[in-house]
Design a protein around this ligand. Structure first.
Ligand code: BMP
Length: 260
């Protein structure tokens, strides 16, 4: 069973991870494989964006530490919107330290990420202690992580060997890892979801190292399951119309892929 030829529905039963299953269900039922990267700097903008694009997304990706006015109210509102529109919360914290430190960063500090984020991003660089550290902080909650195995930015140091080693790490920790943030995947394992950022229509870069491909290219050529789109939507003159456009492009490309 090759991941790239399978429908999201058919992949539900390939995994016991409750959040992987939930995400496949949301994608299949809502007919969307779009994740919006909500890189805005105030709670008001974040909440307003989440409410507007909510009907079109399966996941809302945050960088919670770029908000200038974060408070518990931010989280209460995001969780309400996630329930209202049926999407998951994905904090792009990119944990990358020893297990003991990431456990504290996950559960403590100002953001208490473990209390509200369904999924978080993690670098495999420290070795699997980073995963064990995060898991030690979960305390019975249903949580998961996405391993950043390859970056979209030019000159990224994520070699083929690094990508391979992240795959092995994921296979050893399937109870926590739901997939990869990556630009490509050789793995056909249907349990793992491939999330691909660096997606934008009409631009190839941002002048600061980001490199873009189109939704079709991400899904049909690189094998993405979910596209992550930030400024293509947040900086559009009409973010809702842009979200609809990316959603349709991405879901059409996925449907085309599973036909073959
Ligand atoms: P944009 O579409 O505006 O370029 O935003 C991309 C988002 O995806 C940002 O939030 C960034 O942190 C994230 N991202 C990325 O661009 N490339 C990666 O390799 C990994 C990421 O998480």
């Amino acid at each position: 069973m090759d991941r790239k030829n399978c429908s999201f529905e058919s992949r539900i039963t390939t995994t016991n991870h409750p959040l992987t299953r939930k995400l496949f269900e949301i994608m299949a039922n809502k007919k969307t494989n779009l994740c919006v990267a909500a890189d805005v700097t105030t709670t008001e903008e974040l909440v307003s964006l989440a409410d507007k694009v909510g009907p079109h997304i399966c996941l809302l990706k945050t960088h919670i530490d770029i908000l200038t006015n974060f408070s518990q109210d931010t989280i209460d509102k995001l969780r309400d919107l996630a329930a209202k529109h049926n999407f998951l919360l994905f904090e792009d914290r990119k944990f990358g330290d020893i297990g003991s430190t990431v456990a504290n960063q996950y559960s403590g500090g100002a953001y208490k990420i473990v209390e509200w984020a369904d999924l978080v991003t993690v670098h495999g660089l420290p070795g699997d202690g980073v995963i064990k550290g995060l898991v030690s902080a979960i305390n019975g909650r249903t949580r998961g992580c996405v391993l950043v195995s390859q970056m979209s930015s030019s000159g990224a140091l994520t070699s083929e060997e690094y990508v391979e080693n992240c795959s092995k790490m994921a296979e050893n920790h399937t109870y926590f890892v739901v997939g990869f943030v990556s630009q490509s995947s050789k793995s056909g394992d249907p349990r793992f979801i491939l999330f691909t950022p660096g997606v934008r229509l009409g631009k190839t870069g941002d002048g600061l190292g980001q490199q873009y491909v189109t939704p079709r290219s991400a899904i049909l050529e690189r094998g993405a399951d979910i596209i992550i789109v930030g400024r293509g939507i947040t900086q559009a003159s009409d973010p809702v119309a842009a979200a609809k456009e990316y959603r349709e492009e991405a879901f059409d490309a996925y449907q085309e892929r599973i036909k073959h």
